[in-house]
Design a protein around this ligand. Sequence first.
Ligand code: UDP
Length: 496
Amino acid sequence: MASNPTNLHFVLFPLMAQGHMIPMVDMARMLAQRGAMVTIITTPVNAARFRSVVDRASKADLKIQILELQLALAEVGLPEGCENFDLLPSSAHAVNMILAMNLLEEPAENMLKVLSPPPSCIISDGCFPWTNDVAKRLNIPRVVFYGPGCFAFLCVHIVTSTNILEEINSDSEYFVMPDLPDQIEVTKPQASTWGRGDTKESTEVFERMLVAEKDAIGIVVNSFEELEPKYVKELAKAKDKKVWCVGPVSLCNKSLQDRAERGNKAAINAQDCLKWLDTKEFGSVIYICLGSLSYASTEQAIELGLGLESSNMPYLWFIRHPSEEFEEWLSKEGYEERIEGRGLVVRGWAPQILILSHQAVGGFVTHCGWNSTLEGISAGIPMVTWPQFGEQFLNERFITNVLRIGVRIGMEVPVLFNKLDESKEIVKRDNIKEAIKSLMKNDEEGEARRKRSKVFAAMAKSAIEEGGSSQCNMTLMIQAITEELAKNTTPIQDIV
Ligand code: UDP
């Protein structure tokens, strides 16, 4: 097999969560742009979300397709159509979802056996350890993909491979994360991101993930080397694996349509959104979006609304699943009329990268999901950091302490995703207003933050251009796969 990607057929298994599917679909198109054939395997509801982007790519002569598999939802007690983490009735159902995903092993293997041309490489989410067993049985090299960047991934590795958390007795005490190139302080709950979890199922999956990761020929990451050079190196050393940073993958979305329809149908028409932004001054607008899984309680949504209003800045606020009570509050207050012209509230999916790349946007209030973080960085926009769960608190430290391009809103305690958590810490309107004002200030600190953000954005752009580090890493990954295939004496064709 020559080192020519046009001979390769990549099969991608993205985890059914937007923060994992979106970058994988971008990566699929980047591989197809190299001339490789790419098959994305997912479920019907998820396939429908990406159908238009994949159709556009096929029309542009990229060899890319989506194949569908059904999740056995009824078997694990999940309602019909509940095929993505953002559709789960609550975070307590995540474990059922994991069980349903595990049941894909056999149908996925059967699908791969008859795929033509036969697959030459599997790129699958770390949360699908069973793809490693399938890859081994069919003699296909596997590359593993995880959501976060190298900094957070290294932190997760440190806390899951040492006893550091067991030595911390208090949940509010800050400790220094050991063995990191920078001095990073977190609390125990903030550092307890993914890992063994507290159920038998989650522990089993995590242990299986570690075994599967050992067998993978390398780890592909949505990041770029210039952003976190020390962490890329340290992660490769800690994992004893090749780490290929090929991002920011969001920058492969060049056309207006691709930027406006990424991951889901947007709740606002792209032209209307651009028209609204066009009326605002350069760098003046705050964009607020807390990702695909976060949930704001009525009380929190009201505080946010009032905080934004009192900041006196123009703002574009996307809110996922507003509660009925919040809608009642909005109308009773006449909130939207009151802020008309300056602020806009949109319920539902944001065309995020379209918005971030508009010159009127000057600040991003983010929940610090890794994709949003990297998208903010790529657009050169400083951020107000409002982490919620998972590795988001680690990403916050990366934004504020390592890159120094953010202002903390002051969130301390992680919450469960997708859940109205009554005990949830409420961030008050004054803190929201202060964080935004501080971010947008034209003082020396604010200017320095803006300048640093622009430098990282320029680096991101170069990384993804021809000859850039991420393009070179993509080539190295393809070479490694080709070398692995050359060692293979029994290819899949001879097994099935
Ligand atoms: N996203 C979007 N519109 C939304 C919410 C999210 O386009 O209204 C995209 C966002 O651009 C990012 C992904 O969904 O690519 C969310 O991933 P992230 O890692 O930021 O957070 P998660 O949703 O996984 O918590």
